[in-house]
Design a protein around this ligand. Sequence first.
Ligand code: GLA
Length: 395
Amino acid sequence: MIDLKNPTADRVLRAYRSRFLGEPDLLIRAPGRVNLIGGHTDYNEGFVLPMAVDRAVWLAAGAAAGNSATIRALDMRNDEVILPVDHVPHSTGDWSDYQRGLVWSLLEEGLRPAAIQAVFASEVPVGAGMSSSAAVELAFIHAWNLLGNWHLGPRRMAHLARRAENEYVGVHCGLLDQLASACGRAGHAMLIDMRSLDLHPIPLPKEAAVLVFDSGIHRALSSADYNVRRAECEEAVARLAEVVEPPPRTLRDIKPSLLQAHRARLPEKLYRRALHVVEENRRVLLAAAALHQHNLRRVGALISRSHRSLRDNFEVSVPQLDRLVAEAERGGAYGARLIGAGFGGCVLALVPAAQAEAIAARVVERYAAATGSEPSAYLVRAADGVEGLPLSQHT
Ligand code: GLA
């Protein structure tokens, strides 16, 4: 449910009125996400267990005359850009590439975005691993969806957003972030099969809370490392396809026993990349089952195992993230792991709800004492996916 009392909603509405001297047609909320478990499985057509979070991008938008979008970003030094919506805008390499990419992706699929004026702001920390970019994409796609009366479903919106990010912005991410922001359900994590896109909401027990610690080390996802990991997974599949019948399409098709049987076909590094993905898929399914049974200790143990595999086999961790995980575990978490692409960003910890604040304080204090820099800590709750509230009779 859209809460008009949300301070960020209020901020974008006020800014819209003072900039465009009228009421917007729509207020949109598009959440960030955390993924409880299932790291780097999405682009391997595996399983993930994300939840949309109660930190969102807020967008006030109104239909405008002409053929362009006038967009003001309150968090980006109050920057304003004007870009065309009737033909493909050129890339400028700044934040507006997301909206430019969306115009491209909509036009590619025969959808003509409306001319708009818009103001947006984000409660999702940028570059921290909570998918602020997917939230921005979903907010704008949904605004165009509602203004154009297109009735696009959440999966279609997620695809359009991912296409913009892959092919226009040039980040080769999977579909996890966009799908979580589009399909979230309050109070639930979602088991998603990234091959069929089947989605099963699983209620989060009241005794569980999720903390996110931001290491403050931000490395752009477009960094070469992410794409290298994707390529390594593809290479492992190609080598296994030479000996496995029927040939696997992705690592999703490889069971742990099959990987062991053909281990000799893979150089050590590729074997470890594949091992992570193959075992991580199993861990996601086990964690989903344990969550159903309210077995939080088991879910936590699987989350921590996921981190160790991301660190040792997939090699996407950095010492600061390992430290945060260790402090969370020592401080009383059921389990903790890095989220997002890795190489910096955030760590998630599943903790007993009654001790969430005490654990957060302990981790922040110990990490700061050890490293000299204080991580930000957030308590996040599972929220609904993107939604829009019509505010005027135009919509
Ligand atoms: C980033 C990408 C996602 C996913 C994760 C790793 O967040 O955007 O598609 O691959 O990394 O699980």
